[in-house]
Ligand binder design. Structure first.
Ligand code: A2P
Length: 286
């Protein structure tokens, strides 16, 4: 575990860029006033890493909130993701430019393939993933994207990219929370120097009512959400908690004043599966 002390502390990516240790998640924050206000609040509170996606359909409001803040572009780490129907070489190039326009920025800090192509949707998903990656490499070479990464890629999908990548992925964003930590994928990333990010670190709110976690959180004098965020950090995984409520946005980041003991980390690690979204990269129908 690397000790982190504040929201602006960073992890070093293998390509030399730094990424703030907690990101602000925006999935299900509707475009318009809700997403804009949530991101504005997050930036005021001190978050310096904002995670959106073309598929969330809120890039416009996220970008507006960032541009309306007093912060300089280089002070905010911005991630967006390629939405599934845009996979493929030319379509990826176009989709990235559209995301840049909607966000109103000149470059992305991180661009992720949102989900790997699978056999349910494509005759040759491996080729689709490789073609998409080629486009990612071109976007990087053209200066539009600083770091390239993956999302929801498990070991076999990661292998497809590593097989012949010229520019290596530096991040994989996966579902990761108590009850669904996907440690096999985390280990695979670690072996390949890929930084893991956690989407739905609170299990989309589902794990917060779990009594075992609630009891443990009480022991540390923290909320269950703070316990989940801290647990991800102690695994050197970047949590991306989402909320549209200012008090929760602030509270979810107050995780630098306690440490979960190794025994309690293990207890959380060993919880049987619960709170799983049921979204699988092998069966997603898009
Ligand atoms: P809301 O946006 O209404 O605050 P995840 O980050 O795992 O995807 O979880 C996001 C979900 O958890 C959202 O429904 C969010 O609701 C809720 N949530 C976020 N922070 C908290 C919190 N501190 N306490 C309770 N629910 C929370």
């Amino acid at each position: 575990m690397t000790i982190k002390k504040s929201l602006s502390d960073t992890f070093a990516l293998r390509n030399g860029y730094k990424i703030p240790c907690i990101g602000f998640g925006t999935w299900q924050a509707s475009n318009g006033e809700i997403a804009q206000q949530a991101v504005k609040n997050a930036l005021e509170i001190g978050y310096r890493h904002i995670d959106t996606a073309s598929g969330y359909e809120n890039e416009e409001s996220v970008g507006l909130a960032i541009r309306e803040s007093e912060l300089r572009r280089e002070e905010v780490f911005i991630t967006t993701k390629l939405w599934n129907p845009d996979r493929g070489y030319e379509t990826t190039l176009q989709a990235c430019k559209k995301s840049l326009d909607l966000l109103g920025v000149e470059y992305l800090d991180l661009y992720l393939i949102h989900w790997p192509a699978n056999e349910k949707v494509y005759d040759d998903p491996v080729k689709v993933n490789k073609d998409t990656w080629r486009a990612f490499e071109k976007l990087h070479k053209d200066g539009l994207v600083r770091s390239l990464g993956l999302s929801n890629f498990l070991e076999p999908h990661i292998a497809q990219i590593l097989d012949d990548a010229e520019i290596l992925p530096v991040v994989d964003q996966i579902e990761f929370h108590p009850g669904y930590p996907q440690f096999n994928a985390v280990e695979c990333c670690r072996r390949n120097s890929i930084q893991v990010e956690a989407w739905s670190p609170l299990g989309c709110g589902r794990v917060l009512s779990d009594e075992r976690l609630q009891n443990l959180a009480r022991k540390y004098g923290k909320t269950t959400a703070q316990l989940c965020v801290r647990w991800a950090l102690q695994h050197d995984v970047i949590p991306l908690p989402k909320s549209v409520h200012k008090e929760r946005i602030a509270s979810n980041a107050q995780v630098f004043d306690f440490e979960i003991s190794p025994e309690d980390v293990k207890m959380i690690d060993d919880l049987p599966t619960f709170g799983y979204s049921t979204y699988s990269p092998y069966t997603l129908p898009i």
